[in-house]
Design a protein. Structure first.
Length: 293
């Protein structure tokens, strides 16, 4: 049964995907300023900016990929592919949301505006070129996650640790590679028809990328935790202890990827109770470390 226009417009904005924009809270939280009213407000605005920018690019991307999406077993039901939203309206709303995101970012500071602008440029470049080039397609999507993390730091003007940047970068790559593996296995021989680059990746290559990303994330987080511990004044090694739930959560996520559940990272996070528990434990331990320093 066709959706109403308002429901179709909301579905096309993909509010479930906004969970990815929670990355903007990472740097302010790690810096211990997220409890300050001004910093919290700026971070929330940054979150809204990335939600607007992401939804705008979803509208534009789906309008450009309408024929390819109609070949996909799931994406054919997206509002634009299903014909529930006219292409001219989709393009106008997409451009409008992106412009609103940049203008709102300027209300915080120009650093955030530049970061949001860079995100829009990246996603546009991805849609027009990068997604058609093997390796660049996964790097391009991962870079979008990293820009979200940078956006949070830019909003409240806090420095980003080198190790934090490495963990964010390779953690993002891990999620994207897992998504590509799931798409390849789900669509089988038709994968290359839907997304040409999927036909360029041998399964062994994607598995190797996943292994590399997992290793770098784990080592990078350990070094970041040790770096944080070195400047902490707490007598309890909270940051070192946070390594345990973090590592278990990553290993759990990799297991889910290997069992074919990586097609939608947000669904993995929202549906797996064990992963949620480990993530919650890590968050509590890390937060205690930050605020007991």
């Amino acid at each position: 049964m066709p959706r109403s226009l308002s429901r179709a417009l909301l579905a096309e904005a993909r509010p479930k995907q906004w969970i990815k924009n929670l990355l903007v809270f990472a740097a302010p939280a790690a810096a211990g300023v997220i409890d300050e009213p001004k910093a919290l407000g700026q971070t929330i605005v940054a979150f809204v900016c990335f939600c607007l920018a992401a939804s705008g690019t979803y509208y534009l991307n789906d309008a450009a990929d309408i024929e390819a999406d109609r070949l996909h077993p799931k994406k054919q039901f997206r509002p634009i592919a299903a014909g529930e939203i006219d292409l001219p309206l989709a393009r106008v709303l997409g451009v409008g949301a992106i412009l609103m995101a940049v203008v709102l970012a300027f209300a915080v500071n120009w650093h955030l505006a530049v970061t949001v602008g860079a995100y829009v440029v990246l996603t546009t470049t991805y849609s027009l070129w990068m997604k058609h080039v093997a390796v660049l397609d996964v790097v391009g999507v991962a870079a979008g996650f990293v820009l979200r993390a940078i956006g949070g730091a830019a909003a409240v003007d806090v420095p980003i640790s080198d190790w934090f940047f490495i963990v964010a970068s390779f953690g993002s790559l891990l999620m994207v590679v897992g998504k590509r593996r799931a798409e390849t296995e789900e669509m089988g021989a038709a994968a290359a028809e839907f997304r040409p680059t999927l036909g360029m990746y041998p399964r062994e290559y994607l598995a190797q990328l996943q292994t590399i990303a997992t290793a770098v994330v784990l080592v990078g987080y350990c070094l970041w935790a040790f770096e944080k511990a070195a400047v902490s004044e707490s007598s309890t090694p909270w940051f070192e202890l946070s390594i345990v739930p973090f590592a278990v959560a990553v290993l759990r996520y990799v297991l889910l990827l290997d069992t074919g559940h990586g097609g939608a990272p947000e669904d993995v996070v929202l549906s797996d109770r064990a992963l949620q528990i480990m993530g919650g434990v890590w968050l509590v331990v890390f937060a205690i470390g930050v605020y007991s320093a």
